[in-house]
Design a protein around this ligand. Structure first.
Ligand code: HEC
Length: 243
């Protein structure tokens, strides 16, 4: 037991060590052979994953010229809060104009604003994306939402789940829809999830979960809903960093 925790400590130290090295060392000397005019997102820009882990998919961006044709050999630098790691942080675009990096989220839950910049002819062009890091409780909520809720609340089907959304006469909202969900208090969310739509004078197509989920589990789902909402959830009475 002791030995195992020591091994973990060593691993942690190694992890922290590499993290620091990456941050302080300048990016390896990449030699760009071209300059683009525009940068767009190809994929991986709106992911959700546990804090401190690598996102499932890489972040892929595309550099094009003024005519919209792919530019190979252009430099792309990825930036984010200090706690986020990019592997690698600087990339040259490949023959299809794409630059790919793996993103390791920081240990604080919430939304991370990341950017990808490429030097343009007159000035650099930048793309902003946002990735969401889930804390332990939010991660549990995400798993529960996938198991119990998303077949109705997510209009998209996945390999594991066929969406029931199109069959519903009253449409529920995807949990990312902050415009609707941010206006519902925690207490009301608790009520509608535990007791079903009629608890908030809404449709009974929203089933009650008081017999299926513990109140801690419902709270975990609420924590998840709050962290993924777009626009972000800003409860009154809390203080946020001024930008
Ligand atoms: C069988 C389909 C179905 C399932 C499964 C389902 N819901 Fe719903 N839900 C609905 C419908 C339909 C509404 C809209 C009710 C209305 O607006 O009258 C709704 C509404 C809601 C609302 C109010 C905000 C909104 O989307 O309009 C919340 C919050 C909610 N559901 C949470 C959950 C949670 C959490 C789960 C899983 C534990 C869940 N729902 C599972 C159908 C479902």
């Amino acid at each position: 037991m002791i030995r195992r925790s020591m091994a973990y400590a060593a691993l942690l130290l190694m992890g922290v060590g590499t993290g620091c090295k990456q941050k302080s060392a300048p990016s390896p000397a990449l030699k760009p052979t071209a300059i683009g005019a525009a940068i767009t997102e190809s994929s991986g820009g709106k992911q959700v994953g546990p804090t401190g882990t690598a996102l499932k998919d890489p972040l892929v961006v595309q550099v094009n010229d003024e005519q919209g044709a792919a530019v190979a050999g252009a430099l792309v630098d990825f930036h984010g809060p200090a706690s986020v790691r990019f592997e690698p942080a600087s990339v040259l675009t490949d023959s299809s104009g794409q630059a790919t990096t793996a993103v390791v989220l920081g240990t604080i839950s919430g939304r991370y604003q990341l950017s990808a910049t490429t030097p343009g002819k007159a000035h650099a062009v930048t793309l902003q994306v946002a990735e969401t890091a889930l804390g332990y409780q939010q991660q549990l909520g995400s798993i529960l939402a996938d198991k119990y809720c998303n077949r109705c609340h997510n209009p998209e089907s996945s390999a594991e789940r066929v969406s029931n959304y199109d069959n519903l006469e009253v449409k529920p909202h995807p949990f990312t829809e902050g415009d609707t969900l941010n206006k519902i208090s925690d207490a009301d969310l608790m009520a509608i999830i535990q007791h079903g739509g009629p608890a908030l004078s809404r449709s009974a197509l929203m089933p009650p979960y008081a017999n299926t989920l513990s109140s801690a589990e419902v709270q975990a789902i609420i924590a998840y809903v709050r962290v993924v909402s777009d626009p972000p959830y800003r409860p009154a009475g809390t203080v946020y960093e001024q930008k």
